[in-house]
Design a protein around this ligand. Structure first.
Ligand code: NAD
Ligand code: UDP
Length: 320
């Protein structure tokens, strides 16, 4: 019998790549999304394919899906700081009520449940790199708390459903992931720098750009998520590329790859912006046999080509 998966937030950046990969592996996919930060456009290429169904649905309400379900991947949630700062209550609700309903669905169907958690549960980390047994350093009343605490609560809910209701759960802590289908205006560093470099605008680096991130190409992240989904590991498991760089280095390398002469403009640093971030991926390597494979420049180039097409800035124009 064909495996059936439900992907909440399936019309978003990561969700759409998950839907695509699952379908390619022969899994039927039901994509649930309310298009708050995603768009049907992200899965337009999957519409009409056998085994794919898109249902407009807000998962903070009761979630009903007809038929059997083997896997529930709960990815619904604003993820870009600009989005979740604009949508504070929606973000808390989807992390709380949305996770509750997605867990309820998994329980009803006897399905494995995967929670998309985040490196943000470590907050502004005092331990570096971050291992899964680090409890984090989150400001519960700071502006980012709507996202960080929603995800921490989601982890607690998931753990409680596993322990008290016997649901087969897995928690993945995803670190900064990038790739095609990010929105040029979603406010995250990579789409912002790419848009700015391609359009010849200044690259807005926050603070002195000395803060670090470790960026992972979407295909690698999807491989890690599905490796966890197909295991019986409860997690949490970090999935991310441990290659760390400063934000200034990131801006400069995107500018170079784009062949752009945009200047760097230093702007105010957001409140509670984490100073460092790098996953310890020992657990994913040892228990899932997962490691990222796409070199940074190759991933950035693919993403840049996609943004160039989105923005109507031709590759030829970029090379000229
Ligand atoms: P995204 O904004 O592109 O996708 C989120 C999707 O969830 C959107 O399609 C949105 O419309 C949908 N959604 C939001 N609220 C909903 C609701 N109440 N009901 C139904 N759908 C709803 O973001 P993304 O980058 O693809 O992130 C997807 C998930 O992965 C999020 O849970 C995020 O926290 C997690 N994550 C992403 C990253 C990353 O680097 N992209 C890192 C860590 C964690
Ligand atoms: N950032 C930046 N310029 C931008 C957008 C983001 O310098 O136009 C910085 C941001 O302050 C943070 C880093 O880039 O230090 C990564 O930000 P992003 O929003 O991509 O992800 P997150 O903070 O969630 O890791």
């Amino acid at each position: 019998m064909t495996e059936r998966a439900v992907v909440t937030g399936g019309a978003g950046f990561l969700g759409s790549h998950l839907c695509e990969r699952l379908l390619a592996q022969g899994t039927s996919v039901i994509c649930l999304d309310n298009f708050l930060t995603g768009s049907p456009q992200n899965v337009a290429h999957l519409m009409g394919r056998p085994g794919f169904r898109l249902i407009e649905c807000d998962v903070t309400g009761f979630v009903h899906v007809p038929g059997d379900v083997d896997l529930v991947l709960h990815f619904a949630s604003a993820a870009s700081p600009i989005d979740y700062l604009k949508l504070p209550l929606e973000t808390l609700k989807v992390g709380g009520l949305g996770t509750l309903h997605a867990l309820g669905l998994a329980r009803e169907k006897g399905a494995r449940f995967i929670l998309a958690s985040t490196s943000e549960v470590y907050g502004d980390p005092l331990r570096h790199p971050q291992r899964e047994d680090y409890w984090g350093n989150v400001n519960p009343v700071g502006p980012r708390s709507v996202y960080d605490e929603a995800k921490r609560y989601g982890e607690a809910l998931t753990t409680a459903y596993r322990n008290s209701r016997g649901v087969n759960t897995g928690i993945v802590r995803i670190f900064n992931t990038y790739g095609p289908r990010m929105r040029p205006h979603d406010g995250r560093a990579i789409p912002t720098f790419m848009r700015q470099a391609l359009l010849g605008e200044p690259l807005t680096v926050a603070g002195d750009g000395g803060q670090t991130r470790s960026i992972c190409y979407v295909d690698d992240t999807v491989n890690g998520i599905l490796a966890l989904a197909r295991s019986d590991l409860p997690g949490p498991v970090n999935i991310g590329n441990p290659e760390e760089m400063t934000i200034l280095e990131l801006a400069e390398s995107i500018r170079d790859l784009a062949g752009s002469d945009s200047p760097i403009e230093f702007v105010d640093r957001p409140v509670d912006d984490p100073g460092v971030r790098r996953p310890d991926t020992t657990l994913a390597r040892e228990r899932l046999g997962w490691r990222p494979a796409v070199p940074r420049d190759a991933g950035l180039r693919r993403t840049l080509d996609w943004f160039a097409a989105e923005l109507g800035v031709g590759a030829a124009a970029r090379a000229a």
